[in-house]
Write a protein that binds this ligand. Sequence first.
Ligand code: SF4
Length: 400
Amino acid sequence: MSPRNKTRQVTVGNVPLGGDAPVVLQTMTSGYTHEVDKCIAEVQKLAAAGSDLVRVAVPEKKDTDALPHILAASPVPIVADVHFHFQRALDAIEAGVHKIRLNPGNLQDRKQVLRVIAACKERGIPIRVGVNEGGIVERRDKQQRAGEKATLAQDYNANLIRLMLDKLEEYLRIFDEADYHDVVISAKSIDPRIVIDAYTAISERHDYPLHLGVTHAGPPETGRIRSIAALAALLANGVGDTIRISYAADPVFEVEDGKELLCSLGLRSRTEPELIACPSCGRIEVDLFTLVSAVRKKLAAEIDIPLKVAVMGCVVNGPGECEGADVAIFAGRGKGIIYVQGEKKQTVDESQMLEALLHECRAFAARVERGEAKLMNASVEIAPPDPLPRGDGSLPLRVV
Ligand code: SF4
């Protein structure tokens, strides 16, 4: 991991973004903003899932009219997403939103952009300035459009990145001339390689905080890898101050995956249980997949400390992995052996493994909460047990 790039810092409500602030996780509601009660419920659900900011679309006046109610009920700062109608941006600012997302290329003229900038400046609200692969080619000027398309046809990726940078810098000049610097930049594409190269190029030329994202990534099943490939590469390289993963699905999945990505890279502290599980193989002698799935659901529902739990299918890799866990089970020949921080607690039949493991997790979590035990005690050491003989008297693979 490279150290984080030092960017300027802006403040979104009470959330610092950029500079030495932690990487901010954000998402966007999927429902209509003017359906106030539903929108508030969605914002609250996303905030409870771990989103630091929530963005809402405000395409119509009835959407900006809903903002005061949403702002009053939201536990996190709200970002207004504006396209085409600068009056919606002014209404949203007037309503008290904490940040505006604006693509200056979608506004009709420079005067409109300057009016939005002036309103944001007066209230100390940052603006995200975005360029997206999908909207990068000029729409209104036919001659310019034909020229840009011809250039892209020659070497699409390289010329697209150049075009994104050119347009972005054209927009940034407007902000610079207005002496407004509370800017966050995004440059999204559906292609992770373009996302990586575009943000890397921007980070080498500007010190504005960067909002990372892969746009139109699809449902989680296909969009997850595409998104994480780009965002992980950039974050590991120190690039990125806020992330939004975009799925064609309930945005709570965006928050869950974004949180896991930040925790996995050590950019956010885990607050919930972490489950380690083996992938299973030809040595497996219990129904591991069912056990793992049940353990995951129960831990998520019942434990709210970052307890590390390992579920391993046999003694080959089990002991090593279990050493790094607070509570661990390794199974074999219809039985499971449960350890709590290296201390062997129980050997149970397969039918009792779930309940016995959860019992030990609950008991250990309660001890941690009472201050009687600490999570991730580094002195744990588990010696592999002797393998149990098979029915024919032979021994399965012995661990040395
Ligand atoms: S822990 Fe055992 S069962 Fe699980 S994948 Fe490793 S060798 Fe296979």
